[in-house]
Design a protein around this ligand. Structure first.
Ligand code: HEC
Length: 98
């Protein structure tokens, strides 16, 4: 009885660990750059040319932000105009891999 309870609790915390969410919510009027500096820059540094990413044609910036990655947390509260503006900023500061 006790043992199965422990197992249940263990599985629940494992699941929570997989779906890491970052509850950052952009303030009204923040543009893509401001959002990036506040929520993303701690993990993503610009290279010497000022570029943050090397993207492929299949990279969906919005989907990455909303859904996260293997290591990257998801940002479900960045949406609408804020997400669009963030996507624009990230795209402008990325190199395209051929
Ligand atoms: C806690 C660290 C962390 C934060 C905060 C973070 N990222 Fe990431 N990001 C990562 C890691 C690690 C990867 C590599 C993919 C993976 O393993 O999750 C990544 C990958 C990406 C990619 C590349 C996806 C691809 O398919 O090439 C983009 C674009 C990106 N992040 C944008 C953002 C934006 C925009 C924000 C802010 C809203 C952000 N990241 C915040 C850690 C972070």
């Amino acid at each position: 009885m006790k043992y199965s309870l422990l197992l249940t609790v263990g599985a629940a915390s494992l699941l929570a660990g997989c779906s890491k969410n970052n509850d950052f919510t952009p303030a009204v009027g923040m543009d893509g750059e401001a959002i990036f500096q506040a929520a993303c820059a701690e993990c993503h540094e610009a290279d010497d040319g000022g570029y943050y990413f090397e993207l492929t044609k299949t990279t969906d910036i919005g989907k990455t932000v909303r859904g996260g990655g293997l290591m990257m947390p998801a940002f479900p509260n960045i949406q609408g105009e804020a997400l669009r503006s963030l996507e624009e900023y990230v795209a402008a500061r990325s190199r395209m891999a051929e």
